[in-house]
Design a protein around this ligand. Sequence first.
Ligand code: HEM
Length: 149
Amino acid sequence: MNWFKKLLPQRPASQTAHQDDRDPKQSNAYDMIGGDNTLKAIAHSFYQRMQQGDDTRELLAVHRAPLAQSEQKLYEFLSGWLGGPQLFQQKYGHPALRARHMPFAIDEQLRDQWLICMRYALEQHITNPEHRQVIYRAIATLADHMRNQ
Ligand code: HEM
């Protein structure tokens, strides 16, 4: 998946020479942030944060399934979305994420609470601020797309 690479600012050739020498299959967001282990850690921190603060109370309240199950699904989805193995799709079919969220009344408040958790999780596990910002922006757009209220 190249959307991540395209969104990163262009650098002078002298600075990109090393990157361009790499196997193009490696040049995706999934690999750049550390692959499977990083995504597992992000999904875990996301749900830890949801349970920690009073500022995400309403978001926690709309979760019905065991959080460990939701955490696993978020990890599997992010894996494919960032250009790694399509774990979610292999198990459950096409993500159709907006349709899957229709049973939940998602307004600006819930979206913002979801993003509080995601921002926290990305801060914990993506050390490169540029990579973190590009991913945060893309996922904030996706989160806004989940709004149905
Ligand atoms: C914008 C605010 C969002 C809210 C309020 C929200 C809320 C929820 C809830 C309540 C569930 C069901 C969990 C359960 O059954 O306990 C869920 C499932 C899920 N969410 Fe979200 N979500 C949001 C955005 C997102 C985004 C942006 C992504 C992707 C990056 C995402 C990925 C998922 C996945 C993969 C599932 C599992 C779907 C399934 O089981 O079919 N969610 N979400």
